[in-house]
Structures are given as C-alpha cells and as structure tokens.
Design a protein around this ligand. Structure first.
Ligand code: SF4
Length: 358
C-alpha cells in the first residue's frame, strides 16, 4: 500500500531546506541536550544527529546569549533545519529569526499582549520562518483546564486552536501544531480530534515517555496509532537517553508500519521456540550491532533472522534476505529461496557481505 494514499491532507510548510506537511516525507526530529551556550558541544551533537538521519534538530534557546549558537551552527556545516525552542520571551524569538533560525517553537498565548505576537509575526513572516505551537497536557492554560476539569483531548485542542488563532489574526499560517501528553491514549485522542479541526501539519510525540525501552513502546503506541490513521507530518520520539537513540526509535516505528522510502533496514526475527538449535538471541544482537557499525542500517530492505530451517525461510518469505538456524550452521536465503549453508561462527559476517552486494 502507498502510505501517502492514506495520509491526511495538510498544508505544506517550508522549514529551512525541507518541507513538513502535504506530500513531504514525514520528518524525524530530535532535540539536543547540551547547554546551548556551549557552541562546540551543541554543534557536535547536531552533526551527530544529522549523521543518524535526523531531519530537523531543535535546540533550546533560554536567553539572548544562546541565540549566538544559531549562526555558529549554520557556519559550521549544519544543514538540517534548526528549531529554536523558546518559552515566554518574545524578544528571544525575534533575535532567533534575525539570526537565521529555520523554525520557532513558541506559544503565542504565553508571550503577553497582541503587540508582542505581532512583533514575532513581523520577524518570522518575511523570512519564511514557521512557528510550531506546542501544547502539552502538563502546562495547559488555567482557564481552559478549569472549563474542562482535566487535560482532556477537547481541552488540549481548544488550547492549540486558541494559540493558532492569535497568529491567524495577523494572517500568519505557517503553523505546525503539536499536542503532547505522557499518556499515549490521551495524545492519540487529542491528535485525532485536532486533525478534524485544522489543516496544519501535526508534529507527533508522547512526552515524558521514559527510558529507551518504555519510551519506545509508549511512542510506538502513540505515534504509531496516529500514523496508521494517516495523521502526522513530523515526529519526535522523546527518550530519557542519548538524542541519537530517538532517531533509531522513530525509524523503527516507520519500519513497523512499512512507511516505505523513509525507513531503513527492517530487521525481523522469530521469538525462538523448542525448535531453535542456535543462539539466535546473541546472533540478532550481534547482527544489529554490526549492521550499525557497517553503516548499512539505512538500506531499505527487510532482513530476517530465524531460529530454524523448518519454518524460518517460509515464515520470513517477505524478507529480502535472511538466515535460518540449524545445528552449528545456518541457511542463507533470499526471498524465501535457500542460497547456501554457512557455519554458525560465520553467519553474521557472510550475511553482512551478502547484504552489501544487494
Ligand atoms: Fe520456532 Fe522456527 Fe518459528 Fe523460530 S522460526 S519460532 S525456531 S518454528
């Protein structure tokens, strides 16, 4: 199935050298966790994220001094669009726009009077800088919260549309909206509702999702459910881990949904059972490690690592290539057809060599 055929029709917005929304590929985002004032450390992390396939990098800009990091990144090889994350101070937003940032994340309802919102619009609009409105279940406006009694999907959408209306008032529509909650179910409900209320591109994420393990699961539920509805134009998997891990987790969600052309290598493996006569658990871990080391994980192929020759090749018929374990050896197969036998200690090496030849 062509994933684009189910995608929600959204407004296409330019963010630096990429687009978000419309028919643009779903962008993967992450955020640096360095002190933004530390230009070198921030540059290093942004470049590392870029090399892992991060399409958009967000940096926090807590004060005017930190704005200087934006041109520093731009002059030192960063090509990925940079998003400045700003809370409350509209003057920082204006400075970031002047410094050449590609997108600003600020909630217009939090920066004070209409005049201030207008000042931000005046700085962003001529420069083609979009604004992301980020509504979070933990920081909902008091009056909206009081009206709804809890940060419900309805309350979150009301807040998002309120912030958007403050920009629309000045004919500003280069808007991306995110509604995040730490509960994936609430986040799904809110985004499904928001998708019916506007045509702005949506940025998906489960906030405070947790560690790599738990956070990936919660994000896969939240982001995955929405993407499978065709909702979502950019994603961030938030993990309490190295930001680079967020890119891999996002890719894995794309892979699991078969969003073609955007995902890298899809590694499938069986759960093992009484038929397994090979150390498949170590084999899979070793293959994943080596595939990353060899830089082949971006190849858009399906690789299967199966525990037995009886069911393995058949169960993994959809795979482009794979191995099925025997006793002290394994079978290499391509598209369900056996190619040759390989000794167990050579399985990973030869599989990788074969993949490189594809
Ligand atoms: Fe068991 Fe073989 Fe299926 Fe793996 S592929 S779960 S080893 S039957």
């Amino acid at each position: 199935m062509d994933y684009n055929s189910i995608r929600r029709k959204t407004r296409k917005i330019r963010v630096g050298n990429i687009f978000i929304g419309g028919d643009a590929p779903i962008a993967i985002q992450s955020m640096t966790n360095t002190d933004t004032h530390d230009k070198k450390a921030t540059l290093e992390q942004v470049l590392s994220l870029e090399s892992k396939g991060c399409d958009v990098v967000r940096i926090t800009v807590p004060d005017i001094d930190a704005v200087e990091t934006i041109p520093y990144l731009k002059h030192n090889g960063v090509t990925a669009p940079i998003v400045a994350d700003i809370h409350f101070d509209y003057r920082i937003a204006i400075k970031c726009a002047e410094a050449g940032v590609d997108k600003i994340r600020i909630n217009p309802g939090n920066i004070g009077s209409d005049d201030r919102v207008y000042e931000v619009v005046k700085a962003c609009k001529p420069a083609g800088i979009p604004i992301r409105i980020g509504v979070n279940s933990g920081s909902l406006e008091k009056d909206i919260l009081a009206r709804h009694g809890a940060p419900t999907a309805e309350a979150l959408c009301e807040s998002a549309m309120y912030h958007a209306s403050l920009l629309e008032k000045y004919d500003f529509n280069d808007i991306v909206i995110s509604i995040k909650a730490s509960n994936p179910y609430e986040m799904i409900r809110a985004n499904r509702r928001l998708a019916t209320l506007c045509d702005y591109p949506l940025h998906l994420g489960v906030t405070e999702a947790g560690s790599k393990s738990m956070g990936s699961i919660k994000s896969a539920i939240g982001i995955g459910a929405l993407l499978s509805d065709g909702i979502g134009d950019t994603v961030r998997v938030s993990l309490t881990d190295k930001p680079e891990e967020e890119i891999e987790a996002a890719r894995n969600i794309f892979n699991a949904l078969g969003i073609k052309g955007q995902s890298g290598m899809d590694i499938v493996s069986c759960p093992t059972c009484g038929r397994t006569k090979i150390d498949l658990i170590s084999l899979v871990a070793e293959f994943e490690r080596r595939a990353k080391e060899e830089g082949i994980t971006s190849m858009p192929i399906k690789v299967a690592l199966m525990g037995c020759v009886v069911n393995g090749p058949g169960e993994a018929r959809e795979a482009d290539i794979g191995i099925a374990g025997g006793i002290g050896e394994g079978l290499l197969f391509k598209k369900g057809q056996t190619v040759r036998k390989i000794k167990e200690d050579r399985l990973v090496d030869e599989l990788i060599e074969e993949i490189k030849r594809l």
